[in-house]
Design a protein around this ligand. Structure first.
Ligand code: HEM
Length: 423
């Protein structure tokens, strides 16, 4: 199953399915989300096996409300539905930017935000273009190429560079970040779900510890790890634990999302060659094309908040302390907001997608990701004339990330590519 569209058949699911990572690789989530948007916009999901129930919100207006209204919906107890018991306290609360509420959140975010503005990240454009070139070059020989597999390394390269992480560690770190969100996927699991996440966290944190410790005390490095090392919040310097948690947030934020945007772009080029011809012929369309691919792919499937007070919604009451999940992929197909939401349209106007979220936690890497995806699109339309899918497309088993683990494609190099790319 690559691309789903209505009319959908019945959308059978059980409440336990919504926690089961494997279900997300097998089922057509758009069919379920469409059903929930229409019939049960505030759905109370009780897995019925002792795990904590949670709310499922699928309409655009509710998703954006929850993400923006931090006074009513807190991030302090974690933001992802995962294997960890939802009733447990969050070990990163108030220490890791995503698991913090304003005003503390603002103080943690601002110093990092300053180096991630679109103007600041534009300085890295030449290096990012080189990374894109290296990613596409092996695909241009006309042989079958697993694009989704190769794409997993793409954000690691530019985020690793911005963080100042040694390049020889990138491949292993990319694998570890995928393990943290695809812990039940047979290609990434190393035992039980818990064991997989524990091992990935342990190894990632030990890399971050090394990277922090290899810098000297008076290191004035301007990379992201250097900035975290020198940061203070309310006059308290960040502890080693807080530095590592925020390294983790940055790397995970980049690595588990961006690959699936460019893989979707390649898949859409295969499915809609006419639309990509339009983008090639009219560079003005590149901006709207990138936004449409973000809307269509919505790689961060959901985020969580915990209600701070009782909230009435669609005739139901979300009680204080209850977990609330909001589904970005569903919001981005909401018929109430997007005209013709099931049409992939590279020239879509007024595309207010929420692939990067909304409100105070709006993706801090949005400028960097947009630059990287745009650089990728530029190279794709310049270097590739045609793409065809050349084998089975396989999805990651993850209830957090809507993404691919394998997408065999065959690319036909353009005349420009044949002239410019050394064999
Ligand atoms: C296309 C790629 C990306 C997508 C779709 C994406 C999506 C998101 C979304 C939806 C949020 C909001 C989370 C929430 O409300 O709790 C978010 C936050 C975040 N993202 Fe991204 N992201 C992407 C790329 C990146 C990159 C490249 C970085 C690293 C520089 C990054 C780092 C983060 C961090 C650290 C946060 C937390 C921000 C905060 O709590 O204030 N993301 N991202």
């Amino acid at each position: 199953m690559l691309l789903s569209r209505p009319p959908f058949g019945p959308a059978p699911f059980t409440n336990a399915d919504l926690l089961d990572s494997g279900f997300y690789a097998r089922a057509d989530l758009h069919a379920i989300w469409t059903h929930l948007r229409e019939n049960e916009p505030a759905y109370y999901c009780d897995p019925g096996d002792g795990r904590e129930p949670f709310w499922v919100l699928t309409r655009y207006a509710d998703v954006t409300r929850v993400l923006r209204e931090h006074e009513s919906f807190s991030s302090r107890r974690g933001t992802m539905l995962c294997i960890i018991d939802l009733s447990m306290p969050d070990f990163a609360s108030d220490d890791m930017m995503p698991d913090t509420d304003p005003p503390r959140h603002r103080r943690l975010r601002e110093p990092l935000n300053r180096v991630l503005t679109p103007r600041m990240v534009a300085q890295h454009e030449p290096a990012i273009r080189d990374i894109v070139h290296d990613l596409l070059r092996p695909a241009l020989d006309g042989e079958v190429f697993d694009f989704a597999r190769a794409a997993l390394m793409f954000p690691m390269a530019f985020t690793g560079m911005l963080m100042g992480v040694s390049p020889e560690r990138w491949e292993h770190m990319s694998e570890l970040t995928t393990m943290t969100i695809a812990y039940d996927d047979p290609d990434y699991s190393v035992g039980s779900s818990q064991a997989t996440v524990r091992q990935a966290h342990h190894e990632l944190f030990s890399v971050f510890r090394d990277e922090v410790n290899r810098r000297t005390q008076d290191d004035k490095g301007t990379d992201l790890i250097g900035i975290l090392r020198r940061m203070s919040v309310d006059e308290d310097p960040l502890t080693e634990h807080q530095i590592m948690l925020n390294c983790y947030a940055l790397l995970l934020g980049a690595n588990v999302t961006t690959p699936h945007v460019i893989s979707t772009m390649v898949a859409m080029m295969a499915e809609h060659p006419d639309q990509f011809r339009r983008v090639r012929d009219d560079p003005e369309l590149r901006k709207s094309c990138v936004q449409e691919v973000l809307r269509w792919s919505s790689p961060a499937s959901h985020f969580m908040r915990y209600a701070v007070r009782d909230v009435e919604l669609h005739g139901r009451t979300i009680r204080a302390d209850e977990p609330v999940s909001v589904w970005l992929g569903s919001a981005n197909r909401d018929e109430r907001v997007f005209r013709d939401p099931w049409t992939f349209d590279v020239a879509r106007r007024g595309n207010r997608h929420v692939a990067f979220g909304s409100g105070p936690h709006y993706c801090i890497g949005a400028g960097l990701a947009t630059l990287a995806v745009t650089a990728f699109l530029d190279h794709l339309v310049n270097l590739v004339d045609e793409v065809e899918l050349a084998g089975e497309v396989r999805h990651l088993a993850s209830n957090f990330v809507a993404g691919y683990k394998s997408m065999p494609v065959r690319m036909t190099a353009s005349a420009d590519a044949l002239r410019s790319v050394p064999s």
